[in-house]
Design a binder for this molecule. Structure first.
Ligand code: BG6
Length: 489
């Protein structure tokens, strides 16, 4: 059931035949249509450079929908209705020639959503052309990551967009913010008073954020090798998760109130100097190993690889936040490709009770943990201490979960893909789940110093075997402070 009406719009997808559009964006739009969340007058414009018969290109989009949608969610009548909403326009994005025709197809005064699934280098040019075609006023622009590869280049992109569109019309995607459990962090933290009283350095010893992927680089080597895991994952997804965990309660649920609090966290991140990096930051690159029982190549042996590359496919680091709430509480961030499991989770470790009265050999069990699992299944569980059942057990302790598993707790309702949520919010004009310019820039500022540190030190990534949890030094990162990554096998 729609919870809020959505106005009609024209949704123009720049880069409509690219991988992101075919794999994620069109299937997500179909799902919104299927859920009754696309207004019946909403139109979809697929824009790409490819010339030739429009029906052939629309056919390609349809084929991909059939390939990527789960069979039980593919309804033939709905699919045909969805495809009928679409028109294809072949155009170059930088020369202005195609824009008058685009403006005609959009129609005067209609809400336009311009989604840029293109390299960021053309965002400014597209914006200039939209403005010249008199489309700026009624348009929301959606920018995919990566926005630049450092602070300077991201500023250049943001400034080029800002020359034509005010911040209120700009929606920067970080698809992690569209994941249900990530949004649940806001509800969990600010709709329950239980946690907020404990959410600080008096009660929390440390926080772990892991985003591990089982896949390697495969077809994306060209893009990934220029970026690396720090730019591809830490600068955006992991720092966004850190912000949602560490931020103060916003004054209200508005986009700017939330983003103001996130920016405060980013500004409070302690810089890590080149001298501190050997103790606080680990870079890794996978070598051949076993994944899912099959032999897989190393990063340097993937298709189209440059065998000399020293790009990292893994990063683990300790971040510290300079404020009263978090002083002395390490945030361990870890992310990598070709790791042992696909697993995204946040673990908040709470302190032991101040006075311990149980058997000494059980002491290592003590300490509550709040485990927020984003992937593969979405759940929140609080590890609490209880007494083991049975007359023969005495006061034997056991650590067990108070658990909320979203798919079992909320019946068989499917959990929407992050892009479904984000596309819907753009259509509603709600910027809560999008990243503001200053957030991106503070995140780059912090990451740039790490990249500069690696360059200064001439650091090379440490090898790790595909199918494992990363280089040994990432284990040392936590054990050095007296902790261990939660749940590693
Ligand atoms: C993207 C990165 O932003 O996120 C990819 O560019 C990564 O390298 C992907 O694989 C991970 O997203 P998810 O939703 O599968 O965790």
């Amino acid at each position: 059931m729609p919870v809020m009406s959505v106005e009609p719009c024209t949704f123009a997808l720049f880069g409509a035949l690219g991988d992101l559009a075919l794999r994620k964006l069109f299937p997500s739009l179909y799902q919104l249509d299927r859920a009754g969340l696309l207004h019946e007058d909403t139109q979809l414009l697929a824009l790409a450079r490819d010339t030739g018969d429009a029906s052939v290109h629309l056919g390609v989009i349809e084929q991909h929908l059939r390939r990527y949608l789960p069979p039980n969610e593919l309804d033939e009548a709905l699919l045909q209705r969805f495809v009928a909403r679409m028109r294809y326009l072949s155009m170059e994005f930088l020369p202005p020639d195609g824009y008058p025709q685009l403006a005609e197809m959009v129609g005067r005064g209609r809400q336009l959503i311009a989604y840029f699934a293109t390299p960021a280098s053309v965002y400014g040019g597209i914006c200039a052309n939209l403005a010249a075609a008199d489309l700026a006023e009624s348009t929301r622009v959606v920018l995919e990551k990566p926005i630049g590869h450092d602070l300077q280049s991201s500023r250049a992109v943001n400034d080029a967009v800002a020359a034509y569109f005010p911040e209120t019309q700009v929606y920067r995607i970080d698809h992690y913010l569209g994941k249900e459990t990530v949004q649940n962090l806001i509800a969990l933290r600010f709709a329950n008073s239980l946690f907020e009283t404990q959410w600080n350095q008096n009660h929390i010893t440390h926080v772990e954020i892991t985003v591990a992927e089982k896949v390697g680089i495969e077809g994306r080597w060209g893009y990934f090798d220029k970026a690396g895991q720090l730019r591809d994952m830490i600068q955006n997804h992991l720092l966004q998760l850190l912000c949602l965990i560490a931020m103060d309660p916003p004054r209200e649920l508005s986009a700017d109130a939330i983003r103001d609090e996130k920016v405060k966290v980013l500004r409070a991140l302690e810089p890590i100097s080149a001298e501190q990096m050997s103790q606080q930051v680990v870079r890794g690159q996978y070598v051949a190993g076993i994944s899912d029982g099959k032999a897989v190549p190393g990063y340097l042996e993937e298709d189209n690889a440059n065998a000399e590359s020293d790009t990292e496919t893994f990063v683990a680091l300790r971040a510290d936040i300079r404020n009263w709430r978090w002083a002395g509480v390490p945030f361990y961030l870890r992310t990598g490709k070709r790791m042992a499991q696909k697993l995204s989770q946040i673990v908040i470790h709470f302190k032991e009770p101040p006075h311990y009265i149980f058997a000494p050999e059980q002491r290592q069990l003590i300490g509550n943990k709040l485990i927020i699992r984003l992937q593969p299944d979405e759940s929140i569980s609080l590890q609490v201490m209880t007494k083991d059942q049975g007359l023969d057990k005495g006061m034997q302790l056991r650590s067990g979960p108070l658990q909320l598993n979203f798919s079992t707790a909320y019946g068989r309702e499917r959990i929407p893909d992050a892009y479904e949520r984000l596309l819907l919010e753009v259509m509603r004009g709600n910027q809560n789940l999008f990243v503001r310019k200053d957030e991106i820039e503070h995140a780059w500022h912090w990451c740039d110093q790490l990249i500069a540190g690696w360059q200064k030190l001439g650091d090379s990534p440490k090898p790790y075997v595909a199918g494992t949890w990363g280089p040994m030094s990432s284990i040392a990162l936590t054990t050095r402070d007296g902790w261990a990554w939660y749940g590693d096998l």
